[in-house]
Design a protein around this ligand. Structure first.
Ligand SMILES: NCc1[nH]cc(CCC(=O)O)c1CC(=O)O
Length: 309
């Protein structure tokens, strides 16, 4: 019998803490354990400390995970809770994404100050977003919009919006829902026109390969359909060498047996884009995503990717 609490690592943002609470509550319920058996250990990451520059510039993903991963590898933490979207496609040796919670709404939310809908913004309006995917998708729909880099926690971004620094901003609806801020968006964007980032809306748990005691504990709250869908999306991202530098969208849906996946790549200015649709077995999720990545890469041709560097 375990008597010492399990140590859960997380970042300290309100969103990260909400995600960790949800994970802890699900684990406690699944195993009939008191919540005190899960000790939440909050770590500050480089990504949290540097908020004035775009992620792509300071090194992209990994910035939010490095400190947590060091403590997982040293045994100071038993597992860590993350937004799957923030996870690099390549994890350190010895760590893996062992479980995924049931996925939240995958859509992007628009929060408009001078118009409720993105396409209704006045000519030349300013929209804040530092996601290259969102920037490219905005420019594709509305080349006249001035997109500015806009980072920080959800609360900071909304404050800047209220102060009038921008006409609108985009946020993952999943994050807003988890923060209880469902009344904030003025529009939920159609994923056909505004497809989500790979792994958007999915909370994952990272743990040590071969740590059977912890991995068995975590398996009880794994949602297989989310796990398969995200594996497919991350396969797509990995093939395209996805990092925060690349405008890539990808969304897989698994029914437990089959996956339908749609992916999109764009040039940062939004003038060119390619899409891919693919179907396959849920059991081969990651392979299916990689195949979709190869297809779209071949279709786009090498010239397309020169816009990414
Ligand atoms: N990069 C920051 C980040 N990572 C995950 C989420 C939202 C929650 C999710 O997608 O699961 C956000 C904020 C946002 O995109 O608005």
């Amino acid at each position: 019998m375990q008597t010492k609490p399990f140590r859960i690592g997380t970042r300290g943002s309100p969103l990260a803490l909400a995600q960790t609470r949800e994970t802890r509550d699900r684990l406690a319920a699944a195993h009939g354990l008191p919540p005190e058996m899960f000790e939440v250990v909050v770590l500050s990451t480089k990504g949290d400390r540097i908020t004035d520059r775009p992620l792509a510039e300071i090194g992209g993903k990994g910035l939010f995970t490095e400190e947590l991963e060091q403590q997982l590898l040293s045994g100071d933490l038993d597992f860590a809770v993350h937004s799957s979207k923030d996870m690099p496609t390549k994890l350190p040796d010895g760590l893996f994404l062992s479980a995924f919670l049931p996925r939240e709404d995958i859509r992007d939310a628009f929060v408009g100050r001078t118009a409720p809908r993105l396409v209704e913004l006045p000519e030349g309006a300013t929209v804040g977003s530092s996601s290259l995917r969102r920037q490219a998708l905005i420019r594709r729909l509305r080349p006249d919009i001035n997109v500015i880099t806009y980072r920080g926690q959800v609360e900071t971004r909304l404050r800047k919006l209220a102060e009038g620094q921008v006409d609108g901003t985009l946020l993952a609806y999943a994050g807003l829902r988890r923060l209880g801020m469902t009344d904030v968006p003025t529009e939920l964007l159609d994923p056909k026109e505004f497809p989500p980032a790979p792994a958007q809306g999915a909370i994952c748990i990272e743990s040590r390969v071969g740590d059977d005691r912890i991995n068995t504990l975590l398996a009880a709250i794994d949602d297989p359909r989310t796990h398969e869908a995200v594996a497919c999306e991350r396969g797509f991202l990995a093939t395209l060498d996805g990092s925060c530098r690349t405008p890539i969208a990808g969304y897989g849906q698994s029914d437990g047996a089959h996956i339908h996946f749609s992916g999109m790549i764009l040039t940062p200015d939004g003038t060119k884009s390619h899409r891919v649709e693919i179907d396959g077995k849920a059991a081969d999720a990651a392979e299916l995503g990689r195949k979709a990545g190869e297809q779209i890469r071949d279709e786009a041709g090498p010239g397309f990717f020169s816009s990414w560097t």
